[in-house]
Design a protein around this ligand. Sequence first.
Ligand SMILES: Nc1ncnc2c1ncn2[C@@H]1O[C@H](COP(=O)(O)OP(=O)(O)OP(=O)(O)O)[C@@H](O)[C@H]1O
Ligand SMILES: [Mg+2]
Length: 220
Amino acid sequence: MANSLTIAGIDAGYGAVRVLDGVSLTVGAGETVALLGTNGNGKSTLMKSVMGMVRPSKGSIKAVIDGNEHELIGRSTEEIVDLGIGFVPEGRRLFPKLTVTENLLLGAFRPKARSQINRNLDFCLETFPRLKERAQQLAGSMSGGEQQMLALARALMSAPRILLIDEPSVGLAPVQVYGELRSVARDWSDQMAADGARSDACCAATAVLPPNQKSVERSG
Ligand SMILES: Nc1ncnc2c1ncn2[C@@H]1O[C@H](COP(=O)(O)OP(=O)(O)OP(=O)(O)O)[C@@H](O)[C@H]1O
Ligand SMILES: [Mg+2]
């Protein structure tokens, strides 16, 4: 097997408030899966559950990374990132008073990413030329869309096999963002293959649906 994420029957919430009830989702190798839902229906909670920031009371979350399977429930966020799972949180959480380059370098803190820092930095600056132009600009003074690119590039600097992105399209044109995301995910898979990854990286992202629509979509 390659790189994949399998969430099976998880329940999770905050104290007595149950947000997720028996949620299951699979993201296969090379897939980009978009999770759609109205405000407050638990998209971010699902991503936080994968990242060990919310602990599910039931179910399992299994990641296969370069052919090895790991149960994620019970692990710390640091361990999960260290396994090769990257996360772009809602609201980006950049370091506004640090430059674009400094934010990118901070993304590469896990040991495996440190050894590939120059190569992955080149990948990010080629993929997002705007970040190259603005390398010395403070992150907090970048436009909303530029900050989103930086948050995504910073997550790539952790050399992930599986990438989770919570609301990449905030303030941007969603159709264009999801198209670009797929192409970045494909290029990233090629980059990781050069590093001996056993197969395609995979990617999950969320987006907000208008309140009158309720559905979950998937696409390869
Ligand atoms: N730390 C918390 N403590 C208590 N309740 C919370 C907490 N975080 C989220 N919730 C509640 O859990 C529910 C799901 O929130 P979540 O952030 O997962 O939704 P979402 O689908 O990401 O929404 P949005 O589209 O607005 O980002 C909401 O009702 C929210 O109020
Ligand atoms: Mg959310």
